[in-house]
Write a new protein. Structure first.
Length: 160
């Protein structure tokens, strides 16, 4: 395989690609709306035309996750799309959606009980809101606190 055949041309994937230049690095985000792949280019620029990547991996902490990123990149290079089979659904996504919905409810002036109805149903709230346990009230409070933490910068922890 010649050097040009082994090169990565970001222009070929323009609909999926966002490039952000920060200081001396470029942050590449490939996204189809459901799946994402983020890379950091520390030397050169993908905007200058086809490039050959060198990969900096070190240590054994999270080595499986790092190898998975390379598998996804290889698939993207070969197929021109992000791989479904290498991108399982995020386990925490449902909770994140609930957090944001709870925070939206709070910002519109809804009570915690009204937020619970919106998230869980009128029947569940009617049966459990004033029951022997405060689990539902506490759950709404935790969802709101979690959303506030995300809004105040906690979302950055999701990117790493």
């Amino acid at each position: 395989m010649s050097n040009s055949e082994d090169a990565f041309d970001v222009r070929r994937l323009a609909p999926l690609t966002t490039v952000l230049r920060l200081h001396s690095a470029e942050h590449l985000l490939f996204s189809d709306g459901q799946r994402h792949l983020q890379l950091i280019v520390t030397a050169g620029s993908v905007l200058d035309g086809p490039v050959r990547f060198r990969y900096a991996l070190s240590g054994f902490q999270q080595i499986e996750a790092k190898a998975l990123i390379l598998q996804r990149l290889g698939h993207l290079w070969r197929q021109g799309r992000l791989p479904h089979h290498l991108s399982p659904p995020e386990r925490r996504a449902t909770r994140w959606v609930m957090q944001l919905r709870a925070l939206d409810g709070m910002h519109t002036g809804a009570s915690h009980r009204e937020i619970a109805v919106g998230l869980f149903s009128e029947r569940i709230v009617r049966e459990d809101w004033s029951g022997r346990s405060d689990y539902l009230r506490l759950r709404i409070q935790r969802l709101i606190r979690g959303a506030e933490k995300m809004v105040c910068g906690g979302y950055r922890d999701l990117l790493g």
